[in-house]
Write a protein that binds this ligand. Structure first.
Ligand code: OSB
Ligand code: MG
Length: 365
């Protein structure tokens, strides 16, 4: 399809409550959006980058600048297919979230034009995926217990607690105490520890956690392999897995026994499928991570999570987990599950009124 026009936009959506991790808090999600126009259809892409470069090097304004100056010009006026977009970015190093957003918009446009769903494009046959929720660091343990109780009452099938030094053993113990040993529970440190903390992290072993996510630094693959020998809780990498190659290396080094797949982190949904395939071929279970996406990315994640290697419950939650007003029709949780979208494209487009109200800046190319 010929790309006639590309619109880049920054929108700001307030979160229902601040989301705090070991790297800081997010209260307002500023999000980069990409709209590609071709032959009467509009395809939408969401850039998952956070407003600040605290989880990864990319951030919303930076990603939009790269899209405007380097990535969008490579597609404008060209005949492209979704499968070919990543090749057109050859020579632009990094900026995977920006690349993934533009690729997502082309996938959406191509599928809308063909009247085909993203699930069918991926070969996904599951109609729904179980919903899990990521629970931020809170001021007090009673607050955390109340929040987790609320999510369990809503029907979430798996709880992930954010941890950091000083907020690890006690919150996990409190959740086990309040809700029992049967609740599927895991923790995410977002790189907050060092290998010197191995003995401390081994104290999590007694809680029967599904996994500990990214305890050490993004570049600490070898250290994760060493840590894995000192703790019983399975190690799952997030930040470190920036590409299919990184996934293959981490698996070969035994730095990870589970992988959190986030399409944005590896350069888009098609690269995410590659990570899935590599993990599956190696017997490594995967689950779908989240980046506090709007309905656009949230529905794309639900479809991705329908692939057969996604055997663990992901951070695939309802819109209401983060947003009282989503950009699209809200993603709903039914019976603890999120539907895999079956309509044309990746999912419903942004609601025009909402989009207009939350747009902070827009540029047309
Ligand atoms: O580490 O998984 C993470 C959100 C932003 C950045 C990094 C992470 C997260 C989450 C939330 O844990 C996942 C979600 O969108 O539900
Ligand atoms: Mg994580």
């Amino acid at each position: 399809m010929r790309i006639e026009r590309i619109e880049l936009r920054k929108v700001a959506l307030p979160l229902v409550s601040p989301f705090t991790t070991s790297f800081g808090s997010v209260t307002l999600k500023e999000i980069g959006l990409v709209a590609v126009y071709s032959d009467g259809v509009v395809g939408w892409g969401e850039c998952a980058a956070l407003p600040d470069p605290i989880y990864s090097p990319e951030y919303t304004d930076g990603a939009l600048a790269v899209l405007e100056r380097y990535l969008a010009p490579r597609l404008l006026g060209r005949d492209v297919t979704a499968a070919n977009v990543s090749n057109l970015f050859t020579g632009i190093v990094g900026h995977r979230m920006a690349k993934g957003a533009l690729e997502m918009a082309v996938i959406d446009a191509e599928l809308r034009a063909a009247g085909r769903s993203f699930a069918s494009y991926l070969g996904v046959t599951r109609a729904r995926v179980p919903a899990g929720v990521s629970v931020g660091i809170m001021d007090t343990i009673p607050q955390l217990v109340e929040a987790v109780g609320g999510y369990l009452a809503e029907g979430y099938r798996r709880i992930k607690l954010k941890i950091k030094p000083g907020w690890d053993l006690a919150p996990v113990a409190a959740i086990r105490e309040a809700f029992g040993d049967e609740v599927p529970l895991q923790v995410d440190a977002n790189t907050a520890y060092t290998l010197g903390d191995a003995a401390h992290l081994a104290k999590l072993d007694r809680f029967g956690l599904l996994l500990i996510e990214q305890p050490l630094g993004e570049e600490d693959l070898r250290q994760h392999a060493l840590l894995a020998r000192q703790v019983l809780t399975p190690i799952c990498l997030d930040e470190s897995v920036v590409s299919p190659e990184a996934a293959a290396d981490a698996i070969a080094m035994r730095a990870t026994s589970v992988i959190n797949i986030k399409a944005a982190r590896v350069g888009g949904y098609l690269a995410a499928v590659k990570v899935h395939d590599i993990a599956r071929a190696n017997g490594i279970p995967v689950w779908c991570g989240g980046m506090v996406e709007t309905g656009l990315g949230r529905r794309a994640n639900a479809a991705l999570a329908g692939l057969p290697g996604f055997t663990l419950v992901g951070d695939v939650s309802a819109s209401s987990r983060f947003y009282s007003q989503d950009l699209t029709e809200p993603v709903e949780m039914v019976d603890g599950h999120i539907a895999v979208p079956q309509g044309p494209g990746i999912g419903p487009a942004p609601l025009p009124d909402v989009l207009a109200a939350v747009t902070m800046q827009a540029v047309a190319l």
